[in-house]
Design a protein around this ligand. Structure first.
Ligand SMILES: [Zn+2]
Length: 324
């Protein structure tokens, strides 16, 4: 079973606590999976189709138990969809109209006529209902890739107005998301693993959330260890390379002018460096008498480097040899 299917099964296990939440979830599921077939004489029929039996069963419970609606269902292997099982749920025309009015999809105007609303917003007024709405959206059109395959949660909602609305509801739950187009259909997605964990908590998928959190923690620890290892390694390499340059520079001065030609403080440091090529600048500073700080050592190294550079430009030939 895919990670997304596991989450759906987990979410579908808990029944909505309140009727308002059941309606919010039903509203979302209707947006994702429902279609309205207009029949003659102002009649209409709501039809749901889902490839998931988990979602199909959930829909039936919400419609029959919470909505008190007359819903008929059938599960058939559909050759049009590669022989996959498709659950189809239909409502009677009278119950279709009742449901659409309750979901705020239809609203009566002044003349008493039913008119279609855009995206029904009333269902997400309460905080409890926002969570229920997102649950319905995830059951209806949500996907989520398993933690070991990289984090990606997505709601393939279809049209842009709906996508913006889902994004807004996610935002109300402090979950930032982005919108993209998939083959002409709008999709709302979340890539940040922390936000995906928050989404799962919001949906009530605690087990899946813990799984994601565990992977995140493992990933973060691994990253920290790697960073520490790389950092130490890089520092060490830098230190070795810089010491090698100093030894070369001092050997050059020694060959070209002799270390005794140097001012006393520089000569002392130059000799210490040749004796202790592995020592850090702090360690060298501590070995001097009187001891000096790291920045004092850096300053003397710069002066030595200046001496070496002058020797190179002004003394083209070796005049004198001086072992350190
Ligand atoms: Zn509610």
């Amino acid at each position: 079973m895919s990670f997304a299917a596991e989450i759906k099964r987990e979410i579908a296990r808990d029944m909505p606590e309140k009727e308002c939440c059941a309606m919010a979830e039903l509203g979302a599921l209707t947006q994702c999976l429902g279609s309205i077939s207009l029949q003659g004489a102002g009649q209409m029929q709501v039809i749901y189709r889902s490839f998931s039996t988990t979602v199909g069963k959930r829909l039936l419970t919400l419609l029959r138990y919470y909505g008190q609606l007359d819903a008929a269902s059938s599960v058939v292997k559909d050759p049009r969809f590669g022989g996959r099982f498709v659950t189809t749920i239909t409502l009677t025309p009278a119950d279709s109209r009742r449901l659409l009015r309750r979901l705020d999809v239809l609203r009566r105007d002044e003349t008493g006529e039913d008119v279609f609303q855009g995206v029904p917003k009333r269902v997400v007024r309460r905080i409890c209902c926002r969570r229920a709405f997102l649950r319905g959206m995830f059951l209806g059109c949500g996907t989520l890739s398993a933690p070991d395959k990289g984090y990606h949660a997505e709601f393939l909602v279809g049209d842009n107005a709906r996508a913006r609305f889902v994004q807004r509801v996610l935002e109300m739950c402090d979950i930032p998301s982005a919108i993209t187009q998939r083959k002409g259909e709008a999709a709302v997605y979340i890539k940040d693993s922390g936000m995906i964990a928050r989404l799962l908590a919001t949906l009530g998928a605690s087990r899946a959330m813990l799984e994601v959190e565990e992977m995140r923690t493992r990933g973060a620890v691994k990253q920290q260890v790697n960073r520490a290892l790389n950092c130490d390694h890089a520092n060490l390499e830098k230190q070795v390379a810089s010491s090698r340059r100093q030894v070369d520079m001092i050997t050059r001065i020694s060959h070209l002018a002799g270390l005794t030609s140097l001012p006393r403080d520089l000569e002392a440091l130059a000799r210490l460096r040749l004796l202790h090529p592995e020592a850090t600048l702090e360690q060298l500073g501590a070995m001097l008498s009187p001891p000096i700080s790291k920045s004092g050592v850096q300053h003397r190294m710069r002066r030595l480097s200046q001496v070496s550079a002058n020797l190179r430009t002004h003394t083209p030939s070796v005049s004198k040899e001086d072992a350190p």
